[in-house]
Design a protein around this ligand. Sequence first.
Ligand SMILES: NC(=O)c1ccc[n+]([C@@H]2O[C@H](COP(=O)([O-])OP(=O)(O)OC[C@H]3O[C@@H](n4cnc5c(N)ncnc54)[C@H](O)[C@@H]3O)[C@@H](O)[C@H]2O)c1
Ligand SMILES: O=C[C@H](O)CS(=O)(=O)O
Length: 481
Amino acid sequence: MNIKQSELLQTGFYINGKWQQSNIRYAVTNPANGETITEIASAGESETLAAIEAAKAAFKQWRKKTAKERSLAVRRWGELIMEHQQDLATIMTTEQGKPYAEALGEVSYAASFFEWFAEEGKRIYGDVIPSHRADSRIVVTKEPIGVVGAITPWNFPLAMVTRKAGPALAAGCTMVLKPSEETPLSAMALAVLAEKAGIPAGVFNVVSGDATAIGGALMESKAVRKISFTGSTRVGKLLMRQAADSVKKLSLELGGNAPFIVFDDADIDAAVEGAMASKFRNTGQTCVCVNRFYIQDSVYDAFTSKLAEAVNKLKVASGFEDGATQGPLINAMAADKVESHVTDAVAKGAVVLTGGKRSKLGGNFFEPTVLANTDHEMLIANEETFGPVAACYRFSSEEEVLEMANNTESGLAAYFYARDIGRVWRVAEGLESGIVGINQGIISTEVAPFGGVKESGLGREGSKYGIEDYVEVKYMLMGGI
Ligand SMILES: NC(=O)c1ccc[n+]([C@@H]2O[C@H](COP(=O)([O-])OP(=O)(O)OC[C@H]3O[C@@H](n4cnc5c(N)ncnc54)[C@H](O)[C@@H]3O)[C@@H](O)[C@H]2O)c1
Ligand SMILES: O=C[C@H](O)CS(=O)(=O)O
């Protein structure tokens, strides 16, 4: 791998400020060519318990630092991310596959959470409540929860970590991170920078490897007071069950099934632009990627033909190739799933406007695809495809489309394009989702609350709300006054 600072490439566990190795190793592969990038030490239960112990010990001192002291360390960590942005983007593109330009974008996005929460950490205010007794006062403070177990996915290997580590550390919590086994190298590089930023030993620990063993140790430990998970709804539900035994707090950022509605009064060119951004970002592997396009009858043909035209201009290639816009899918299983959704849809009457098959590049590459005439009997309508396929459905009325859009257990993001102000309010309020993009295809930013309703999760990340997930409210009644 062509990076300037080779020390960013680590292959062990980071526990209590030290890198450790193991004989049990697993290969991290490059999804663009299937080659092994490196082999890394595989952690299990004992390494996770050691990391929890380190985090528990470090919590005693870290929580006592002033908010400003913690803020300065978190801010410095973010600055170091930006100082190493090219190397971090190279590591990310190599292990995750996204185009290098997108990887650079994610590096900035990741750093933005440290900048934001370094500031928010200084504003964890309490309250003074008018008392119910003349001789007493009521004071409310907010305290860090304690040791946090963070479990993150492969699709955003840096930003999903910093969106958790930023608020946790700024609030005074310590962390044991388990990154996805598909993309551990970005998280390890982050640990190298944590040390350089002056984050004390034990405050941020990283263990990668056996998901069930690491997850089990985190969930069973009574020292871990909170789990922050981003990933599939299936695993999120499992963790929720496991959290019951020690009554842990949970933040769950789970899967989506985002609708994107184009009404007949929409600016069609703007809708196509928004559709391209929200559907094809990260080759369709984003939890807020559109999964279902609903287009009103009278603009259906205009929208779908313009969308297919725009999709035809995308370039499928290795993320390091100039002008690449669509990298490989993360692995063979992901490519199989996308193919099965397209095959099922076509067998049930969908029409391929462009794409529709694996790319001639082979491996995990899939052609960006637009399907017309899709209906709700197809798999693609009911499962998160997590790939570059735009499935287009027709609708005639506002009531009908709201019912279709909400007819899912998921409720993460939803998008619509319309200009009529009454319609805009009705639809925005009627959509059952945590996030609504109105005449906008990209909704993610560190300054706004990110999270879902229904089976898309619990809690919010980013924004002023994001830090609330890492603090406990304490009520003190001061009597005898
Ligand atoms: N809502 C959000 O903010 C958000 C963001 C990114 C991804 N996602 C969702 O994540 C999914 C894709 O990511 P993925 O394939 O990595 O998800 P995944 O659920 O398979 O894995 C996520 C993480 O959980 C770990 N894991 C797996 N089994 C575990 C177990 N038994 N105990 C503990 N940890 C376990 C994995 O190793 C990984 O680190 C999609 O559904 C996507 O929508 C959601
Ligand atoms: O995959 C889902 C994410 O949360 C990525 S982003 O925050 O929308 O960039």
